[in-house]
Design a protein around this ligand. Structure first.
Ligand code: NI
Ligand code: MN
Length: 226
């Protein structure tokens, strides 16, 4: 599966020839000037929660591409109010077979309000199943015991986890999460964007390596095949 990183916690994964775009936040990210929001392709947009640093560019990309937006019920209702009506509401614990993949929504330990102060429901993580392969995006979250359930549901090829600390897990807890979810290949997100979450890349990679895991940190705009 090909993954492209767009900065912060925004990335896309090609699944069965379709582009799944996660948590679009580009125009507000001063590190992501090389990325043009109006050129991003998306067939589906998946939103982990309602915070601006995860949904800022959703409206523009959804309206331009006609992508189906998958999110929790409260974010779905809010998007309808903005004229984004091609949506699929879900909630934690729920699973759905989309045409190109299966999706399961799992617990994330975080908060979720919308940029205008509206109630944003509960944050979620996602397991995406495509044929024999699956991957996990935890969304913004603390390390949580719920992660121990992941191996019951999926044998993960890779996982995308926040590593920036302060608002989410940091490196140490992301390494523990890697153990709980039984996945050694981790793509790090949610780091460097703001002063609170700056990390030392080489140190972070070395810490994962010490625990027998691999931390992949992509440049903004870089793609990799996983
Ligand atoms: Ni958040
Ligand atoms: Mn965030």
């Amino acid at each position: 599966m090909k993954l492209t990183f767009y900065g912060h916690a925004c990335f896309s994964v090609q699944v069965n020839g379709k582009n799944l775009l996660f948590d679009p936040f580009i125009s507000g990210n001063e590190l992501a000037h090389s990325i043009h929001v109006d050129q991003i392709q998306a067939d589906y947009i998946l939103l982990s929660h309602g915070h601006a640093d995860h949904i800022l560019d959703c409206e523009a990309i959804a309206l331009r591409t006609g992508a189906k937006v998958i999110c929790n019920w409260e974010v779905h209702e809010w998007l309808h109010g903005k004229g984004v009506t091609h949506t699929h509401p879900m909630n934690t614990g729920g699973q759905w077979d989309f045409e190109d993949f299966r999706l399961k929504c799992v617990v994330a330990q975080h908060s979720s309000s919308l940029p205008d102060g509206n109630y944003g429901g509960n944050p979620m993580g996602f397991i995406i199943y495509a044929g024999e392969e699956s991957f996990y995006y935890s969304g913004d979250t603390a390390l949580t015991m719920d992660m121990q359930l992941l191996p019951l549901w999926a044998k993960l090829k890779f996982a995308v986890l926040p590593i920036g600390d302060n608002f989410t897990m940091g490196i140490d807890d992301a390494i523990k999460a890697s153990g709980m979810i039984q996945c050694k290949k981790i793509v790090g997100v949610h780091y460097d964007t703001f002063g609170y979450i700056k990390i030392d890349h080489e140190q972070a990679k070395a810490r994962f390596q010490q625990d027998g895991a691999e931390l992949i940190l992509l440049d903004i705009g870089e793609s990799t095949t996983l």
